[in-house]
Design a protein. Structure first.
Length: 217
């Protein structure tokens, strides 16, 4: 059964400008006309236990050369912009915080937070020179609240470094590998990233494919 074709509130910009987009195997997706976000209908989102079971299937070994090469697409441009000995947060670090290890090897201190694998609420009460979110923002059930939290933890001139596959072709969405991951509930376009930058008054840079660097002004 397809979702009723009426407008719905977008979980990112919170406006009632989302319209029914497509349905794939009873998973209903919406698209926001304002910020460009595509998102899974709330009652089709996975439970916490379902997410945990799926995450445990991932290979996040900090010593895996292929994984480190993948993360380097974000790490290298971020490191080029960080002052020496910066203090940061790896938000959504997962069970194997490889990126944090890479940044520590480069001389920075990194604190960890993950609601499932490193649930340290005190880490969310500090200010940071950088915050990394690699393959994380697509899991946000409440992106408006979570981007408000993240940007609020940035020091002046601090960097929010994001890695997520940007969605740019609605015709291919149904068969897109990123959509098929059952824990992915929000899908961002370049339009969406520029909306986030404008909403939170951030400077935006796009140093590599699917990598977005946002700097607190």
């Amino acid at each position: 059964m397809r979702p009723i074709a009426h407008q719905q509130n977008c979980p990112l910009c919170l406006t009632a400008s989302a319209t029914a987009f497509c349905t794939v195997q009873e998973r209903h997706y919406w698209r926001c006309e304002d910020c460009g976000l595509r998102f899974l209908q709330a009652d089709r989102r996975p439970t916490l236990s379902e997410e945990l079971a799926h995450y445990r299937l991932h290979n996040n070994d900090p010593e895996d050369a292929g994984y480190r090469h993948f993360l380097a697409r974000l790490a290298e441009p971020l490191l080029q912009r960080l002052p020496a000995a910066s203090h940061g947060l790896d938000y959504g670090c997962g069970p194997g915080p490889a990126l944090a290890q890479m940044l520590r090897e480069a001389g920075h201190s990194v604190r960890l937070f993950d609601p499932l694998f490193a649930n340290d609420p005190d880490a969310l009460l500090q200010q940071y020179g950088f915050i990394t979110c690699t393959e994380v923002v697509e899991h946000f059930h409440q992106p408006a609240a979570q981007f408000t939290l993240l940007t609020g933890m940035l020091q002046q001139h601090g960097w929010l470094a994001l890695m997520t596959s940007l969605q740019d072709d609605d015709e291919r969405f149904a068969n897109w590998h990123y959509r098929r991951d059952p824990t992915h509930v929000c899908f961002y376009r370049l339009q969406t990233m520029h909306w986030i930058a404008q909403r939170y008054r951030l400077h935006i840079e796009l140093p590599a494919a699917n990598v977005v660097l946002l700097q607190q002004r």
